[in-house]
Design a protein around this ligand. Sequence first.
Ligand SMILES: Cc1cc2nc3c(=O)[nH]c(=O)nc-3n(C[C@H](O)[C@H](O)[C@H](O)COP(=O)(O)OP(=O)(O)OC[C@H]3O[C@@H](n4cnc5c(N)ncnc54)[C@H](O)[C@@H]3O)c2cc1C
Ligand code: HEM
Length: 371
Amino acid sequence: MGNLSRLLKESWTLVEEQQDKVAGYFYARIFLSNPHLRNLFPVTMDVQRARLLGAIVSAVQTLDDPDRFEEYLRQLGRDHRKFHVEPEHYEVVGEALLEALRTFAGESWSIEYDQAWGDAYNVIAKKMIAGAEADPNPAFWHAEVLTHERRARDIAVMTCRPLQYPLEYRAGQYVSVEAPRYQPRLWRTYSMANAPNKEGTIEFHVRALGAGWVSSALVRRVQVGDLLRVAAPMGTMTLDRKSTRDVVCVAGGTGLAPVKALIEELTRYNRTRWVHVFFGAKDRDDLYDLPELNKLAARYPWLSVVPACSDDRNFVGEQGNIGEVVARYGPWGDHDFFVSGSASMVKNTLRTLAELKVPAVRIKYDTFGDI
Ligand SMILES: Cc1cc2nc3c(=O)[nH]c(=O)nc-3n(C[C@H](O)[C@H](O)[C@H](O)COP(=O)(O)OP(=O)(O)OC[C@H]3O[C@@H](n4cnc5c(N)ncnc54)[C@H](O)[C@@H]3O)c2cc1C
Ligand code: HEM
């Protein structure tokens, strides 16, 4: 662990147990000195008051080598324009962060800690600001919902079309989405489930999580004709067109969305690469897009699909977690891997791939949460 990383982790332990209070103080500092910034944040903040603070703390701590995360930070900065964040706001937030840490760490805080957090925050903020300034596109697009279909208990497949300008993205990427009619100022990320097309339509696959604010609005309330907002595309889980290796996609639940987009891109040019899709879910109902996948597999001889259920004894097919199922096939020593789904699914799959000696450089993944 580098010295900077050690200082950041060590100092965080001084306040970690008081995170809620630190967050309260942090926001109070921002809003007292700059009341207009309150409008950038969700209307109700009690449920998730630590979201921004948590995001900054984990960014500062995990991105201790910011050059490695250059592209991610540029994309994050570009994406932040959807909140109406301006370059001068970074200083306000950075000062509030340091003030909150100093206050709650009390006498154990030191100049070294102060310097470490200030330096790390400033490097990250600079890269985010540069990313935002370099982007010629609008901060977000208004997109009209064209179709909305309920699949399974809690999953919807919907398409929308950005108005004003085309939204350029690559298969495998994701965007932040807001449903302003139902949950204003709450943005969550969803993967495009199709490759870019001439009509400019975008498909999303969304699962409503029990207490989830945005996902349940997208699945249960959004109607055809509603306007969503969609921000700049992000993510690097894209195809390397120069690679000649065969491909393995491992998807859990709606983690299938980016995989569907990758398959669609492959249908446009692939003749030589075998593509194996492993699609896992709890039960048959959750295999919400299997008929579509099977149709694609019947049409493209290079595509094979293996569905699996982890919690459905009556399912005729593979049983178990999707990572375990992948391990039953193979060998996988010379393939490009794409893994997408919930944090636990991605974590388990990455562990299995490491056991199977798949080189980490060949694995691209997106997780729906922190791992
Ligand atoms: C890169 C990326 C791509 C994504 N792509 C998709 C996609 O294509 N389709 C899709 O359906 N989702 C996708 N997600 C997840 C999505 O962004 C939201 O996290 C999810 O819809 C929940 O948002 P919410 O507002 O409904 O829940 P929140 O209000 O944020 O959370 C409500 C509650 O649910 C819990 N919770 C949140 N997320 C999960 C989870 N994954 N599993 C279990 N409990 C959880 C929280 O702890 C909280 O208690 C993606 C996430 C990322 C980071
Ligand atoms: C180093 C600087 C920053 C980093 C690393 C950072 C990172 C993040 C991340 C990762 C999220 C997403 C959290 C999530 O919804 O899952 C987020 C949300 C947010 N950020 Fe930032 N951010 C930074 C600076 C700022 C600044 C300067 C502002 C302007 C006031 C800002 C405003 C917001 C808002 C409004 C949200 C949404 C909060 C919510 O939904 O509750 N951020 N930030």
